[in-house]
Design a protein around this ligand. Structure first.
Ligand SMILES: [Ca+2]
Length: 355
């Protein structure tokens, strides 16, 4: 790229060491050649800021050290000139200028040094932004639903809207999506990866993220509609110490049993204790644990439930091999362990009581 500077000098901005540049990003850095070790005399440098569509450009100087002058209003030696189309103003000397905000889509900077007496130089950053607030919403609830129709007023003035579900780090978000996106798309991402992009018509899809943060971004388009419901499990919060009495208690394999499948990569332990000389009876009301990936494994390797009473193993269980119905302990302590890896299945519900 070649810019004409001073009319008679052409500067190649792609050449290393060039003192001029065209800046087309939303935000960027501008510093004088040689900063902070001082600039040369006889420079005339131009920076053209042409950011993506925006309403305002904000220019902030972080360091400003040009040739020392008595009169910073009369900048006739070394100076920075800011041109926003309508106006221009010169900055010189060693006072840090205030942040400059212009209602313009473009901004030009010119740096001029004369033949003698230099300074450290200057260092500035800029950012371009739109006047309207961003269409972005943070959601902090462990379950909920969202639909862009509820925010259609904001969507009409934005090219895209973003919803970010943020939960504590031990949580894992599962979402169900259905939508009709005739133009644009809806993209789901976690900090780790892009999960999926929806366009057109999508009937209900369920996705388990393994992440505590989910970003949903919709590119606006006429007639776009979707509905997203999410739930989550706290993967640290499973298992527990329970007491068996005559009145039955219930163990659910995980939160939101019936609504979401078992979380992947869990290790949970429940210890049930009855009074001495009593035994414990477990009744399995529901049981669905895939022994192998997505199927009915025979060896209960991938996902399984293991039950012991006082150090003696009563069995390892998964669907298909030996789905349990009723288990009675021989001692007053029962130990239930759940281990899951991938696609563990629906989960289980167990009633327990003392015998
Ligand atoms: Ca000078």
């Amino acid at each position: 790229m070649v810019l004409s500077a001073r009319g008679d000098v052409c500067i190649d901005t792609t050449r290393p060491g060039s003192c001029s540049a065209m800046l087309t990003e939303e935000t960027g850095v501008i510093s004088s050649l040689g900063y902070p070790n001082g600039y040369f005399g006889g420079l005339s440098c131009y920076w053209m800021i042409y950011p993506p569509p925006s309403d305002r450009i904000e220019l902030t100087f972080h360091d400003f050290n040009l040739e020392d002058v008595d009169d910073e209003k009369n900048c006739q030696y070394d100076f920075v000139e800011v041109v926003d189309g309508a106006r221009s103003y010169k900055l010189c000397g060693r006072s840090l200028p205030d942040t400059i905000t212009v209602n313009s889509t473009r901004l030009a900077l010119r740096f001029n040094s004369d033949g003698v007496l230099n300074g450290r130089g200057f260092y500035a950053t800029y950012r371009a932004y739109k006047n309207e607030p961003e269409c972005k919403q943070y959601l902090y609830t462990v379950e909920g639903s969202l639909s862009p129709t509820t925010t259609s007023t904001t969507l009409t003035t934005h090219s895209s809207c973003t919803w970010i579900i943020v939960l504590p780090s031990s949580f894992q978000i599962t979402f169900k999506y259905q939508g009709s996106i005739p133009s644009g798309n809806v993209t789901m991402t976690t900090p780790q990866r892009q999960l999926t992009t929806f366009t057109g018509n999508t009937s209900k899809v369920a996705v388990r993220t393994l992440s505590n943060i989910l970003t949903v971004k919709m590119e606006a388009g006429m007639g776009n509609m979707f509905n997203l419901t999410w739930s989550s499990v706290d993967k640290d919060l499973c298992g527990g110490d329970l007491r068996a009495t005559a009145k039955p208690g219930t163990i659910y394999s995980h939160h939101n049993f019936n609504n979401t499948d078992l979380p992947s990569y869990q290790s949970c332990r429940w210890t049930i204790t009855a009074r001495p000389k009593h035994r414990i009876v477990l009744s399995f009301l529901e049981f669905d644990i895939n022994g192998s990936k997505g199927g009915r494994g025979r060896k209960c390797k991938r996902n399984y439930l293991e039950i012991k009473d006082s150090n003696r193993r009563l069995g390892r269980y998964c669907t298909g091999r030996n789905a349990p119905k009723t288990i009675v302990s021989r001692t007053n302590v029962l130990d239930i362990r759940l281990n899951t890896k991938k696609l563990p299945g629906k989960g289980f519900t167990i009633k327990y009581s003392k015998l």
